[in-house]
Design a protein around this ligand. Structure first.
Ligand code: PHE
Length: 371
């Protein structure tokens, strides 16, 4: 029938709260999936330590979408219809969260993406939420930082035209930069499957921009930084968005990226108490490693969901949906989260700088700054 999972979803009687998570545990964006899983597991341990919401433990069922939107569609369908989950967590990449969110919304099971920022993901989908800001805000703040704070007026754009997040964020940034009186001196688009960026870099160099805005994922930025350095363009010439935020970027191109800034959600040295508590817990559990923004976001989204399940007036997907929608002043590792009427989070944006092959907090803009 339309809701084959309904029989399994009899949450009021079940021994645990079944929650689904679809992640890129393999494929091009594997770091997104593995980091998310670490954040989710840390949150689940904490939630269940006190017995879980309404005294029942949370049980997360993980599915690998192989970094593909089609697989995201399939996995969300399976989690809902086959497994009868009460809510879904995922994804990181906006293209896959949009695909998964279409299914969750149609099935009327709430979904929360920790870190997908493209506006379309939640738009007109009453069952789809996010625990992060959106790219209209991120693009605007990024442009203000470049033009107003750094004083750069001649800007180059470099982005993936076949990626929802990358092209969307480029659009938001371009609009605001122009409004602020900056000039886009050159724009270069590549396709996600490309690996040689030298021609684009040389063309950008010839246009003599003062800065290059590259709203792309870490796995493209690392080879671009290495090829740019070889072509005489230093990493400090680049400015990025949250898609850079995987530790693989500094592992693979830390030296080449020295001095670059990007907008994100978190950095391990964010000066907020909740963030530092999270960093300590994460390090204790994961061999002293620093958490990425993605791990922090997944931790927050999972705790927020656990909190909503505990507050829900009915133990149904609809009840959980309504409780997520009512979330205000939630103290997360990535700041204070207020879910707004469009099901997005109103939060501070963190400007991060790459120094000594590490992500460092520079400043925070917008949102409600936590205690
Ligand atoms: N915001 C990105 C997107 O929507 C995903 C992302 C978040 C990547 C955080 C890295 C870190 O696609």
């Amino acid at each position: 029938g339309a809701d084959a999972g309904g029989a399994n979803r009899n949450a009021a009687n079940a021994a645990e709260w079944k929650v689904g998570a679809y992640l890129s545990l393999s494929g091009d964006d594997t770091a997104f999936g593995t980091d998310s899983k670490e954040g989710i597991e840390l949150a689940v341990d904490e939630i269940n330590k006190g017995g879980g919401p309404k005294g029942k433990p949370l049980k997360v069922l993980y599915e690998d979408d192989k970094s593909k939107p089609e697989e995201a569609t399939n996995k969300v369908l399976q989690l809902i219809d086959r497994d009868g989950v009460i809510a879904v967590i995922g994804e990181v990449a906006s293209a896959r969260s949009r695909a998964g969110g279409i299914v969750a919304n149609k099935k009327k099971v709430p979904m929360i993406t920790p870190s997908s920022t493209h506006p379309d993901v939640t738009k007109d989908r009453p069952f789809v939420f996010r625990a992060c800001f959106t790219d209209d805000v991120q693009g605007r703040m990024g442009a203000r930082f470049v033009v107003t704070d750094l004083g750069k007026k001649k800007i180059a754009l470099l982005f993936a035209s076949d990626d929802l997040y990358s092209s969307g964020l480029a659009t938001e940034f371009r609009e605001e930069a122009k409004k602020l009186g900056a000039e886009i001196v050159i724009e270069k688009k590549f396709l996600k499957k490309e690996t040689n960026f030298t021609t684009y870099i040389n063309e950008i160099k010839a246009a003599s921009p003062e800065i290059i805005y590259a709203p792309i994922y870490y796995n493209a930025m690392a080879p671009i930084a290495r090829q740019a350095k070889a072509a005489g363009v230093p990493g400090s010439m680049f400015m990025g968005g949250d898609g850079w935020d995987a530790l693989e970027l500094v592992r693979d191109a830390g030296e080449e990226m020295e001095g670059a800034y990007f907008t994100s959600h978190f950095a391990p040295d964010v000066p907020w108490q909740n963030s530092q508590d999270f960093v300590a817990k994460y390090k204790a559990r994961y061999g002293g490693r620093n958490p990425s923004a993605i791990a922090a976001m997944a931790y927050d989204a999972t705790r927020l969901l656990g909190d909503a399940i505990g507050r829900a007036k009915t133990d149904t997907p609809e009840g959980v949906r309504d409780a997520i929608a009512e979330t205000k002043g939630f103290q997360g590792a990535t700041g204070t989260i207020n879910i707004d009427a469009e099901r997005n989070a109103d939060k501070p944006i963190v400007i991060v700088q790459i120094k000594d092959k590490q992500f460092h907090f520079h400043s925070a803009v917008g949102g409600q700054v936590p205690p």
